[in-house]
Design a protein around this ligand. Structure first.
Ligand SMILES: [Ca+2]
Ligand SMILES: [Ca+2]
Length: 302
C-alpha cells in the first residue's frame, strides 16, 4: 500500500480587488489629512478611514463591493491610523468586527490589540459580492474616533502574484515615531511601508533581503518600489539601490539594475523555479539625510 503525503505548502490566496468602498460616516479632515472610505483600499498604510460619529463609533460600518461575486477566505485589517505612532495611539481600532455578506449571513471576528495586520480567517470560503464590516467592539485610543488604515480581502486562487510568507534581512533600522523598518515591510503588499537596512558601516552595499515564497514557483520578474514610497521628500532622503544580485533556489543568479525613480519598476529576467530568493544589493545611491538603503515593496511575478 502506498500512502501519499502532500507536504508541499499550498498557499492559495490572491488579493481581491475592491470596486467601491462606502462607510456609515466619515470623520472631518485633520491636519489636512482626509479620512474617506476609499483610503481603506489604496494600498497605503499612511491613509486611513475614520468614522465621524459623536462617541466611539460602535455600530459604524464600512462596505466593500467587489463589483461581482468573489469567493473570499480571509480579511486582513490594519486597525487605527498607521500614519505614525502618535496617530496609531490617538485613534481607536476595531476589536470585534461583524462581517455581513451579500446574502445577509454574518460572521463575527476578534482582532488582537497590536500594530500588526490582523488576519481574520473565515470559517469557510464565502462567495459574495459585498462585505459589510460593522464595528461592534474597540480598543480605545486617546482620541474619540475609530480608524482603519487598510483592509485586504483574499480569495482561494493562485491568480495573483506569488505570495511571500516570510522575509528576513541582513539588518534592519531601528523603529522610530514613523514606524518600523523591518524586513516584512518589503513584501507586505503595502506600498508605503518599507524595509531599511540598519548597518551603520554600510550604505546598503552587501546588505540583503531573503523572501520565502508560499509555493514553489517559476519567477520571471520582480516589481520593486525602491527607496521610500511615502513621499518625494523621503525618497530623496534615504539611500536607494543601484544594482543587486538575485539568487534562486535552483542555483541560478540574475543581476538587477534599478532606475532611480520613486515608482514601481518591473525588473524581468530569465525564468527560475524556486521557493526562495535572496536579493543582495551591490550598489547604492546616497540619500540626502539618512545613510540607510530602503526598499518599500517587492512583488514576485510568476
Ligand atoms: Ca490606506
Ligand atoms: Ca511595503
Amino acid at each position: 500500500m502506498i500512502t501519499v503525503l502532500l507536504l508541499a505548502p499550498l498557499a492559495f490566496s490572491a488579493p481581491v480587488k475592491v470596486a467601491t468602498w462606502t462607510a456609515s460616516t466619515t470623520s472631518a479632515p485633520n491636519d489636512a489629512r482626509s479620512f474617506e472610505a476609499s483610503n481603506l483600499g489604496d494600498g497605503k498604510q499612511s491613509t486611513a478611514w475614520a468614522e465621524g460619529e459623536v462617541g466611539a463609533g460602535l455600530g459604524s460600518w464600512v462596505l466593500a463591493d467587489f463589483g461581482a461575486p468573489k469567493t473570499i477566505t480571509a480579511i486582513t485589517v490594519w486597525g487605527s491610523s498607521w500614519y505614525n505612532t502618535e496617530y496609531f495611539s490617538h485613534y481607536s481600532r476595531p476589536k470585534t468586527v461583524v462581517a455581513e455578506y451579500a446574502d445577509g449571513t454574518t460572521e463575527e471576528f476578534t482582532a488582537a490589540d497590536a500594530q500588526a495586520p490582523q488576519v481574520l480567517k473565515l470559517k469557510s470560503p464565502k462567495n459574495t459580492q459585498t462585505v459589510k464590516m460593522r464595528i461592534k467592539g474597540i480598543y480605545e485610543g486617546k482620541g474619540p474616533d475609530t480608524a482603519i488604515s487598510e483592509v485586504r480581502f483574499s480569495d482561494n486562487t493562485n491568480d495573483g502574484p506569488v505570495p511571500v510568507v516570510a522575509t528576513v534581512a541582513s539588518s534592519s533600522a531601528v523603529a522610530d515615531t514613523d514606524g518600523t523598518y523591518d524586513a516584512n515591510n518589503a513584501a507586505d503588499g503595502i506600498a508605503d511601508s518599507m524595509w531599511c537596512e540598519g548597518n551603520p558601516k554600510s550604505d546598503g552595499t552587501g546588505e540583503w533581503l531573503e523572501l520565502t515564497l508560499g509555493r514553489r514557483s517559476t519567477v520571471s520578474a520582480l516589481k520593486i518600489r525602491a527607496g521610500a514610497a511615502f513621499s518625494p521628500e523621503l525618497f530623496k532622503a534615504v539611500n536607494r539601490p543601484v544594482s543587486a544580485t538575485v539568487s534562486f533556489g535552483d542555483g541560478g543568479q540574475e543581476t538587477l539594475t534599478f532606475k532611480d525613480l520613486p515608482f514601481e519598476q518591473n525588473l524581468s529576467f530569465a525564468a527560475h523555479t524556486t521557493d526562495k530568493l535572496k536579493i543582495q544589493f551591490t550598489g547604492a545611491k546616497k540619500g540626502e539625510k539618512y545613510d540607510d538603503l530602503c526598499v518599500s515593496e517587492i512583488t514576485v511575478v510568476p
